[in-house]
Design a protein around this ligand. Structure first.
Ligand SMILES: Nc1ncnc2c1ncn2[C@@H]1O[C@H](COP(=O)(O)OP(=O)(O)O)[C@@H](O)[C@H]1O
Ligand SMILES: [Mg+2]
Length: 496
């Protein structure tokens, strides 16, 4: 302990000489109730006591004066030598402040803020210690309650399943994740924290700079709300309602973003099913299909039948005419046969007959076998349908696949193409993947001119209440991907 040999250490902080306090001051200290204020002698024995100390610790002055102040410490602190150590520090540093549990007379504990001040006289000699104790149990309990409520709030956010609630840092990288986000988007926290939130956007939105733009708007306006397609871990899309809130600290500096995401796919489907516009448009598509089917039947029952009849007449004639005319007739017959072949093809393209009888997969499979030259383009069809789409939806899927496959033949110079059909989210997800020259990035706009394939595919999908996307990379092939909901459609009025 302090031995007086290094008084200069304390010169700076030597307090005014300890004099008996004047009466007013003594009265004040004596009667203060909020603070326990008392003195210890140089060895730590209690010398004085006040009303606050009595209130806080429960001892009357005559019960405690003369006892060592380690009485106030929990047994484990006494065993660790904490009371003596605190006095040593107070001597060395002039004062010591501590927060911790202390013991009342009845053995109960209170959370104390303690300041011990070493008291030196004018010669620099230690005369004792002043000790001011406050009971912070209330404050600590309030802090504890706050911590608990923050903890409960954190648990709530963590475990909410209906909403994806997570944080982004200032640059848009995912900083936290909750159970709802995992349920909606399919990523576990360890798979997504640290990745950029543009991962959740369709390629065409990323190409258009939408994620960054959304953060900019959130910073400028405080928040941003959006509805649109977002991407799950497995690549499928969901219709999301998204609110991004910019989080500023008290100095006004941007600290990051809070993001709340809801999956409204179901609701959107319900709305779509009821939407008058969609019903009209889908009836339009249906009418178009009916028209095609009618033309197909006409061509089949009328044109093809009469050409077959003409062919038979020609063959008959050829057998009855002299040889010099027969050659010309046989050539005529051959070109008739060619034409019949082309017409059958047209009928097939107008209305794949199997789709009504045998379903989507059979129709796709026979179309691929028929239309794709197996010698230069290997093809496969993956069937992961758990639910057969409704007939109108099946026709739309077939049409889009048809256009996508014709494009593969026309443009891709691919050696392989795979079509996969999967039941996802109460609808059908289709991918047509080739390994050809590849379109450059997400195709968002029509290339212009006479190219209507892309436009038509997208429109068909959107009319059906779904989405459509074409992405690729030069040299690495093209993927056409779309999803159509399995929506009920009210029956058409009287058909002709
Ligand atoms: N599978 C594909 N591989 C490479 N390029 C493709 C593919 N599909 C489409 N494209 C490109 O996209 C363009 C637009 O296609 P589309 O709208 O169907 O018009 P079209 O087939 O009449 O040219 C095509 O001209 C072609 O350049
Ligand atoms: Mg095309």
């Amino acid at each position: 302990m302090h031995d007086g040999s290094t008084p200069q250490r304390h010169d700076r902080r030597i307090p005014p000489p300890v004099r008996p306090p004047d009466t007013a001051l003594r009265l004040l200290v004596q009667n203060v109730l909020d603070y326990g204020i008392f003195m210890l002698d140089t060895r730590g024995y209690v010398v004085t006591w006040n009303a606050g100390a009595e209130r806080i610790k429960g001892y009357r002055a005559d019960e405690i004066v003369g006892r060592h102040f380690s009485t106030f410490y929990p047994a484990e602190d006494v065993a660790a030598g904490k009371p003596d150590w605190e006095l040593e520090v107070a001597v060395a540093e002039g004062r010591l402040e501590d927060e911790g549990w202390r013991i009342r007379k009845d053995g109960s504990r209170f959370w104390a803020n303690v300041v011990i001040t070493a008291l030196f006289d004018e010669t620099g000699e230690l005369r004792g210690f002043g000790k001011v104790t406050r009971d912070l149990t209330e404050r600590r309990m309030a802090e504890e309650r706050l911590r608990e409520s923050e903890e409960r709030f954190r648990l709530l956010v963590q475990n909410v399943l209906d909403y994806g609630i997570f944080m982004l840092d200032t640059r848009g990288y995912v900083a936290s994740w909750n159970a709802g986000a995992e349920r909606i988007k399919g990523y576990r926290a360890d798979e997504i924290v640290g990745r950029h939130f543009s991962t959740f956007y369709p390629a065409e939105d990323v190409a258009a700079g939408k994620p960054d733009w959304e953060l900019e708007v959130a910073v400028a306006e405080g928040r941003l709300e959006d509805e649109g397609w977002r991407i799950r871990k497995d690549g499928s899309r969901f219709w999301a309602n998204v609110v991004i809130t910019a989080l500023f600290d008290e100095t006004g500096e941007l600290r990051g973003f809070g993001k709340v995401t809801r999956d409204l796919t179901e609701r959107r489907m319900a709305e779509q099913a009821l939407s008058e516009g969609r019903r009209l448009l889908s009836h339009l598509v249906e009418v178009q299909e009916m028209e095609r089917r009618r033309i197909a039947w006409d061509v089949h029952d009328d044109s093809i039948q009469s050409m077959v009849a003409v062919g038979m007449r020609l063959q008959l004639l050829a057998s009855q005419l002299p040889e010099e005319h027969a050659t010309a007739l046989r050539q005529l017959d051959e070109s008739i046969r060619d034409t019949i072949g082309r017409l059958r093809n047209l009928v097939f393209r107008l209305r794949p007959p199997v789709i009504d009888e045998h379903g989507l997969i059979a129709a796709l499979s026979s179309y691929m076998a028929e239309a794709l030259p197996a010698s230069r383009l290997s093809h496969s069809l993956r069937d992961e349908l758990h639910e057969e789409p409704r007939p109108e939806t099946a026709v739309t899927i077939f049409r889009i696949c048809q256009e996508a496959l014709v494009n593969v033949l026309k443009h891709a110079r691919a050696s392989a193409v795979e079509v996969s059909v999967r039941t996802v989210d109460n609808g059908t997800l289709v991918r047509v993947v080739d390994n050809g020259v590849g379109v450059d990035g997400p195709v968002t706009r029509q290339p212009g001119g006479d190219h209507f394939g892309v436009l038509e595919m997208r429109e068909r999908a959107e009319i059906a209440g779904g989405w459509w996307a074409m992405t690729g990379e030069p040299g690495r092939g093209t993927t056409v991907e779309f999803w159509l909901p399995n929506l009920p459609i009210l029956p058409l009025p009287e058909r002709p």
